[in-house]
Structure formats: structure tokens, C-alpha cells
Write a protein that binds this ligand. Structure first.
Ligand code: PGA
Length: 254
């Protein structure tokens, strides 16, 4: 049985003081042992948020990371810096990084490998554009992204990664994929993992859905057999996040 995960993706929001305020309010209701709750926050918020959640089940994630060990890469953050600051997850290959910062699957693959080397769990993102969905090539696009992101990664490491399916047309748009659409792609992600590795790896890897998930639609998405949780953008910046965590909890309890 795969444990449910609810991860927040704050993107470029929340100053350190606002971050402290929000996490202090959220903490009592999102510290639930049977759901993995992760707050992926801007680099400058990592240390204050880590301080607040110390001693709870809540984990802190980064939103990006560089693939080199260290050195002359002005403005970048290394895996070692993140682990030293208390980070245990990192979002890699988010569509906003692909679109605005020209990250491709080869770069994301290097970042995933570096994160794994440092025991940081990658949350590797994939997803199709509206045009690709309308041309009926969604599953091909996803297959190619997964194949390239996981190139050279063995089954043992792959099983520990988190894959987030985030249809680009649903991110920040309020247009959520239907539970059936999300389930279809999350299921096919597991099929790709079966082809690339084996049944055990495909069965173990956790697949999240992301894109306009909110307190109203969370439960219907989280009850799909291949959706193991959510990557939450806008709704992770408010108390609504606790309601989504609550839906994952209810789902476990049922
Ligand atoms: P959203 O973002 O929930 O605001 O659509 C999700 C994401 O980009 O991870």
C-alpha cells in the first residue's frame, strides 16, 4: 500500500516572515503521521520553515536545485546545501522551469541523479500542453519525458522517486483535469515504469496529480487507484491546504 503524499509548491510566493506566519497556523492540522506532508518552499524560506516544523512529521522541500556538486555557478543551490538546511525533497522539472528557464529532460535527469546521490527525494514533474492533449499525443509525451528523466537510474532509486503528473493546461488556471483524465495518465505513468523497470518498481513509485487541486476536488482525485497524492500550488498558500491534507487522511482512513 503506497502512503499518500500532499506536497505544497509555493512557487515564488511568501517572504520569510509570511512563511513563518502561515506554517505556524497550518502546522497543528497538517502534522498527520499517515500522510506524508511536504512543504516545497522558496530557498530563502527553507531555514525558517524547517525551524518551525522540527519535531513534527512535516518535511521541507526545495523547488529547484543544480546538478553540479559545488563551484562557480552564481545563484545556484547545491544538493549538499539543501540537505544541510534540512531539506528532504526537491521538485525537479516543473513545467514553469521548463518553460521559463529552458530546462529539458536531459538537464532534469542530471538533477535527479544528483539529488538521489545526496538522499534527497526528487519530485519529478511531467505533463502535456493543451495542444498536445488536443492532438491526442498526451501519453506519448509523458512516456518520452519519463524515459528521458529516468535514463541511467536503477530500479532501486527509481522506486523511491515521486512522479508528479501536472497537465500544463491545468496549472494555475482553475481548470482541473477530471478524476478520469488524471487517473488515465497516472496509470499510464505506472505502465511506463513497468516497461522501463519491473512490476515491483511500478507498484512502489508514488504518482501525484498537480494542477488546480483544491479542497473541492481533492477527494475525487485522491480516491483514484493510481493517484497517490497531490502537488498543490495556489491552494498551498492558504489554510485550504490543511483541508486537502485532511482529504488525503480521510482517504487513508476509509
Ligand atoms: P496549481 O499549481 O495548484 O496552482 O495549479 C500546481 C503546480 O504547479 O505545482
Amino acid at each position: 500500500m503506497r502512503k499518500k503524499m500532499i506536497a505544497g509548491n509555493w512557487k515564488m510566493n511568501m517572504t520569510p516572515s509570511k512563511a513563518k506566519e502561515l506554517v505556524t497556523l497550518l502546522e497543528p492540522s497538517i502534522d498527520i503521521p499517515d500522510v506524508d506532508v511536504v512543504l516545497c518552499v522558496p530557498a530563502i524560506d527553507i531555514m525558517p520553515v524547517t525551524d518551525i516544523v522540527k519535531g513534527t512529521n512535516i518535511k521541507v522541500g526545495a523547488e529547484n536545485m543544480y546538478y553540479e556538486e559545488k563551484g562557480a555557478y552564481t545563484g545556484e543551490l547545491s544538493a549538499e546545501m539543501l540537505t544541510d538546511a534540512g531539506v528532504s525533497y526537491v521538485i525537479l522539472g516543473h513545467s514553469e522551469r521548463r518553460q521559463y528557464f529552458h530546462e529539458d529532460d536531459a538537464i532534469i535527469n542530471k538533477k535527479i541523479k544528483k539529488a538521489l546521490e545526496h538522499n534527497i527525494t526528487p519530485i519529478a514533474c511531467c505533463g502535456e500542453t493543451l495542444g498536445q492533449r488536443e492532438c491526442n499525443v498526451t501519453l506519448n509525451v509523458i512516456r518520452k519525458q519519463i524515459q528521458e528523466m529516468f535514463e541511467g537510474i536503477d530500479a532501486f532509486d527509481a522506486a523511491d522517486c515521486i512522479i508528479a503528473y501536472e497537465p500544463i493546461w491545468a496549472i494555475g488556471t482553475g481548470k482541473v483535469a477530471t478524476a478520469e483524465q488524471a487517473q488515465e495518465v497516472c496509470h499510464s505513468i505506472r505502465e511506463v515504469m513497468k516497461d522501463l523497470y519491473d512490476n515491483i518498481t511500478a507498484d512502489k513509485v508514488r504518482v501525484l496529480y498537480g494542477g488546480s487541486m483544491n479542497e473541492g476536488n481533492a477527494l475525487s482525485l485522491l480516491t483514484q487507484p493510481d493517484i497517490d497524492g497531490g502537488l498543490i500550488g495556489g491552494a498551498s498558500l492558504k489554510m485550504e491546504f490543511a483541508k486537502i491534507v485532511g482529504s488525503a487522511h480521510t482517504n487513508v482512513a476509509v
